[in-house]
Design a protein around this ligand. Structure first.
Ligand code: PXL
Length: 285
């Protein structure tokens, strides 16, 4: 049996409302990986739907934590960043990547900063400029359509666009530096939703879709990215890993509806974990 892979997950802890680390950690663990966490901030709730959240920025902890791990010679098979606690963390996380990456490490950047055409309330537009630098250091980036527009300093186009627009966008995003780009929230038919991808190694564009469920389901971007990384680390090709991530995200949304869960609490991904590990081929059907 091959050695267990280790992931460094760099996201905030939103104490209530499943997203970021409270999603990434259990998904990556269920997928079989030793998951180390580098928290970027601690919030009483996420920022999208609860009033009056607390916010502890952990910028000053990143370097000491990283230095300690370096002194212990900790090795990682994947470095995965998401929601950052401050603009300064962009350079700190870039340095972290330089310190801990080796030839076969997967570096995934989810440039979490915006959705539905707007930046998250705690960020300023300079965050988007800075995030392009971090994306340049990644092997794979996973923006949604809003984040893609901010990264490229373009207007957000909304919900109606052509396949040609998406493919041009993918290539412009790849020109920022990452070899693989996965664009989320893509839809060409009103009842289908999924992701588009560009793989610079093969110059291939691919798509993965499944049913669209109406509504805004918080934290699904983190579910998607964590699942995508779980697929890649389990040696699925990019295109298959994307389809697994689309399918699992939908399953989580369906579970949330079935259980009547309020959307701002995030999706009920826990109850769909058996489905995930079966999709990843970790248990037989
Ligand atoms: O799921 C993205 C996310 C992560 N972390 C925090 C957030 C959000 C989205 O709103 O507020 C703190």
């Amino acid at each position: 049996m091959s050695k267990q892979k280790r992931v460094a997950a760099i996201h905030d802890i939103s104490c209530v409302g499943r997203c970021s680390l409270t999603v990434a950690l259990p998904i990556l663990s269920a997928a079989g990986f030793d998951t180390s966490v580098l928290p970027t901030a601690i919030l009483s709730t996420h920022t999208g739907g609860f009033e009056g959240f607390t916010y502890r920025d952990l910028t000053n902890d990143i370097r000491p934590i990283s230095n300690h791990w370096q002194s212990l010679n900790v090795k990682f098979d994947a470095l995965y960043s998401g929601f950052l606690g401050s603009y300064e963390q962009i350079d700190l996380v870039a340095d972290f990547f330089d310190t801990f990456r080796s030839n076969d490490t997967i570096v995934m950047v989810d440039p979490v900063m915006a959705d539905n055409g707007v930046l998250y309330s705690i960020y300023s537009p300079e965050m988007a400029k800075g995030m392009t630098k971090l994306c340049a250091k990644a092997d794979i980036i996973v923006p949604n359509l809003t984040e893609a527009a901010f990264l490229l300093d373009e207007d957000y186009i909304g919900e109606s666009y052509s396949q040609e627009y998406i493919e041009t966008l993918l290539k412009k995003l790849a020109a920022l530096g990452a070899k693989q780009v996965v664009l989320t929230g893509v839809s060409f038919e009103k009842d289908k939703l999924g992701a588009a991808a560009f793989n610079s190694d093969t110059s291939k564009v691919s798509y993965a879709f499944n049913d669209r469920i109406d509504g805004y389901f918080h934290g699904t971007g983190d579910v998607f990215s964590s699942t995508l990384l779980s697929g890649l680390l389990n040696d699925f090709p990019l295109e298959e890993a994307i389809q697994i991530a689309v399918n699992y995200t939908l399953k989580c949304i369906r579970m949330t509806e079935k259980l009547g869960q309020e959307e701002r609490y995030g999706v009920c991904f826990e109850k769909a974990i058996p489905y995930l590990i079966q999709q990843l081929g970790l248990i037989s059907e």
